[in-house]
Design a protein around this ligand. Structure first.
Ligand code: NAD
Ligand code: UDP
Length: 316
C-alpha cells in the first residue's frame, strides 16, 4: 500500500512580528506547513512577504483574544507586543493578549491534541535580586506599575500553561526569552538595540536612559529560534520554564559604544530619565538549556550587530 507522508501543521501566533517571522521561515525550511496568525499591532506583512508565495505558508489576520478554530499539531504562542513603548500603549489589551490569548491557544491545543510552546520572558524575574537569573528564582515584580501589564500578563500565562499541563496533561513548553535582537525588528520598535542603531545611522544623539550602568544580555535571533525549535522537539517531560538568552552581559553605555564603533557614527550620548521599574541588571543562567536541550548561543554581540545594522540601513 502507498505510504503518505504528512508534514507537521504548525501555528505561529504573532508570526508577522520580529521573532515570529524568523520562526515561520525556519519551520518552512524544515518542511512544515505554517499558519501565521497576527493582528498586525506591531508585526508587519513585509516581514513574511518572501513567504507568501510558498505553498507551505498561510497567513491569517486574527486577534488571539478571540477564539480560533484550526487543525494543527504544534502551536508557538508568540502573540504579544514586546517593546515597553508598544505594550504600554494599551496596557489592558496587553494583559488580555497574554491571559485571554493563552486561554484561547491552550483551549485550542487541548481540543486538537497539539503541543504548545509559550514565548515567556525574563521580565517574569522583574528587577531581580539574584544574578544571573536561574529558572528557580521567583522574581521581584511590581504588580501595579507601568510594566505590570506585560510582566504579570506573562506570569499569569505561565500559570495557565502549568495548570493545563497538570489538570489536562497537555504537553507544554515554556521558554523565558532574554533580550533578543536582529533583522525584522520594527525600526520604531523603541527597544534599545533598534533605538541605538537607528540613532547612530542618522548621526543623532544616542538616548541613554538613567546612568546607562544598567545591564542586559543580548541574544541574536537565529540562536533564539534554534532554542525554540529544540525545546518544542524535546521529550514530553521537558516542560521548562527554561531560560533562552545569551549570557554576555553589557551596560547600555557599552552597547552604545559598540554600536557607534560598528556604524562609524558621529553620534554623542545624551542622558534621559530612567523609565519606571527599569530592571538594573539582567543575565540568564542557561545551565538548564545546555543540559536538557544541548543548546547554547553561538553569535556574540558584535557578530550579531553587523547584519542587524545592515538591515536597519534601509530605513534611514
Ligand atoms: P513583536 O512585537 O515584533 O512581535 C509580536 C507579534 O505579536 C506582532 O506581530 C504583533 O502584531 C502580534 N500581536 C500582538 N498582539 C496580538 C494579538 N492580540 N493577536 C494576534 N497577534 C498579536 O515582538 P517580538 O520581539 O517578536 O516578540 C515575540 C514574543 O516573544 C512576544 O510574546 C514577546 O513577549 C516574547 N519575547 C520577546 C523578547 C525579545 O527580546 N524579542 C524577549 C522576551 C519575550
Ligand atoms: N534604553 C536606553 N535607551 C533607549 C531605549 C532603552 O537606555 O533608547 C534602556 C532601557 O532603559 C533599559 C534597556 O535599555 O534599561 C533595555 O531596554 P529595552 O526597552 O530594550 O528592553 P527591557 O527594558 O524590556 O529589557
Amino acid at each position: 500500500m502507498k505510504k503518505y507522508h504528512f508534514n507537521k501543521r504548525i501555528l505561529v501566533t504573532g508570526g508577522a512580528g520580529f521573532l515570529g517571522s524568523h520562526l515561520c521561515e525556519a519551520l518552512i525550511k524544515q518542511d512544515s506547513d505554517v499558519l501565521c496568525v497576527d493582528n498586525f499591532f506591531t508585526g508587519r506583512r513585509g516581514n513574511v512577504a518572501h513567504l507568501l508565495d510558498n505553498p507551505r505558508f498561510e497567513i491569517l489576520r486574527h486577534d488571539v483574544t478571540f477564539p480560533l478554530f484550526v487543525e494543527v499539531d504544534e502551536i508557538y504562542n508568540l502573540a504579544c507586543p514586546a517593546s515597553p513603548i508598544h505594550y504600554q500603549h494599551d496596557p489592558v489589551q496587553t494583559t488580555k493578549t497574554s491571559v485571554i490569548g493563552a486561554i484561547n491557544m491552550l483551549g485550542l491545543a487541548k481540543r486538537v491534541g497539539a503541543k504548545i510552546l509559550q514565548a515567556s520572558t525574563s521580565e517574569v524575574y522583574g528587577d531581580p535580586d539574584i544574578h544571573p537569573q536561574p529558572e528557580s528564582y521567583w522574581g521581584k515584580v511590581n504588580p501595579i506599575g507601568l510594566r505590570s501589564c506585560y510582566d504579570e500578563g506573562k506570569r499569569c500565562a505561565e500559570t495557565l500553561f502549568f495548570d493545563y499541563n497538570r489538570q489536562m496533561n497537555l504537553p507544554i513548553k515554556v521558554a523565558r526569552i532574554f533580550n533578543t535582537y536582529g533583522p525584522n525588528m520594527h525600526p520604531n520598535d523603541g527597544r534599545v538595540v533598534s533605538n541605538f542603531i537607528m540613532q547612530a545611522l542618522r548621526n543623532e544623539p544616542i538616548t541613554i536612559y538613567g546612568s546607562g550602568e544598567q545591564t542586559r544580555s543580548f541574544c541574536y535571533a537565529s540562536d533564539l529560534i534554534d532554542g525554540f525549535i529544540k525545546l518544542m522537539d524535546s521529550p514530553k517531560e521537558i516542560t521548562g520554564p527554561i531560560n533562552l538568552g545569551n549570557p554576555g552581559e553589557f551596560t547600555m553605555i557599552e552597547l552604545a559604544q559598540t554600536v557607534i564603533d560598528l556604524t562609524e557614527s558621529k553620534s554623542e550620548l545624551v542622558f534621559e530619565a530612567l523609565p519606571e521599574d527599569d530592571p538594573k541588571q539582567r543575565k540568564p543562567d542557561i545551565s538548564l538549556a545546555k543540559a536538557t536541550l544541548g543548546w547554547e548561543p553561538k553569535v556574540d554581540l558584535a557578530a550579531g550587530l553587523k547584519p542587524t545594522i545592515k538591515y536597519f540601513r534601509q530605513y534611514i
